[in-house]
Design a protein around this ligand. Structure first.
Ligand SMILES: Nc1ncnc2c1ncn2[C@@H]1O[C@H](COP(=O)(O)OP(=O)(O)OP(=O)(O)O)[C@@H](O)[C@H]1O
Length: 283
């Protein structure tokens, strides 16, 4: 699946020495991300883990084009990111649905905004609703769905636009444990089949932010561990587990357990630093 970074090939996403400094309401400055180097190969699935508040979402915001780096470079396909690009898809923790529209209309909305004629947009939406197991729910409204079903709508809404790049910020964290495992499997299947109609078709290049190290290892080709804030890359762990994977069985494999132990040793230290800082602030 993953072509990684073949010599001479341009990575899908690259951050070079990227820093982001925010002005705070009290007139001070806050460095959320500092001197960050990160490469995502074409068709590669990268999971980013780090302590709470370290700057993971800010990193995604830089890649999305919603924010510009204060220093350094953020490149997509070798060119600087300037604003939001149509080939980038997002899935967040919160649902991004129009509550007054049916499920079908919600999924068709992306292609419609991109100028696809109505009949074709609806046909594509039906196809993706079928792939996420919601064909029978096309005429429902979002409030008539369960949390897991709404998340499937979010995936259909994203994949229907055939994204070359997929940015996911804790997309499954609001779900119960079992639904979460199911959704991870479904995501891997959709991603594997997401080659769409793009030229040189390949699976989407994914950056997946999560607090859950098991989820990160089960899904990704590589896991990036961030430091306590301001975020920079502490270490990158390649995940050589064979694909296709099923999250509930892969996590029982000895190789998985060894990776978990190794990555947790690296991440746990940053979590401890973050906790101690919090305690020092309270004291
Ligand atoms: N627009 C902003 N203005 C000022 N500070 C900000 C802004 N956005 C984020 N920050 C700060 O930057 C730091 C990093 O935030 P960010 O949301 O990127 O962390 P995170 O790692 O995604 O957190 P979590 O794991 O809790 O979701 C935090 O201290 C946050 O308060």
């Amino acid at each position: 699946m993953n072509s990684g970074n073949r010599p001479g090939s341009v990575p899908a996403i690259e951050l070079r020495g990227a820093s982001k400094v925010f002005r705070t309401p009290s007139g001070g400055v806050h460095t959320a991300v500092r001197d960050l180097d990160l490469t995502v190969g074409r068709g590669e699935f990268v999971a980013v883990v780090g302590p709470t508040g370290c700057g993971k979402s800010t990193t995604l915001t830089l890649v999305s084009g919603l924010e510009e780096p204060t220093e350094g470079e953020v490149l997509i396909d070798g060119g600087p990111v300037e604003g939001i690009r149509p080939e980038v898809g997002f899935v967040f923790q919160q649902d991004a649905v129009f509550p007054w529209r049916t499920v079908l209309s919600n999924v068709a909305a992306g292609p419609r905004f991109r100028g696809v004629p109505k009949a074709e947009a609806r046909a594509r939406a039906r196809d993706w609703l079928g792939r996420v197991g919601l064909a029978a729910f096309a005429d429902r409204y979002p409030h008539q769905l369960s949390g897991g079903q709404r998340k499937r709508v979010a995936l259909a809404q994203t994949f229907v636009n055939d994204p070359a790049i997929l940015l996911m910020d804790e997309p499954f964290s609001a779900l119960d444990v079992q639904t979460r495992a199911l959704m991870s499997d479904e995501l891997l299947e959709l991603w594997g089949g997401s080659r769409g109609s793009r030229p040189g078709a390949q699976a989407a290049s994914v950056v997946f932010v999560t607090h859950d190290l098991e989820e990160a290892i089960a899904l990704a080709d590589k896991v990036v561990v961030m430091t306590a804030g301001p975020a920079t890359v502490k270490e990158v762990f390649p995940i050589g587990l064979p694909r296709p994977r099923k999250v509930e069985s892969v996590r029982l494999e000895p190789q998985f357990i060894e990776l978990y132990r190794e990555i947790w040793a690296c991440l746990g230290e940053e979590v401890r630093i973050t906790r101690e800082r919090g305690a020092a602030r309270v004291a």
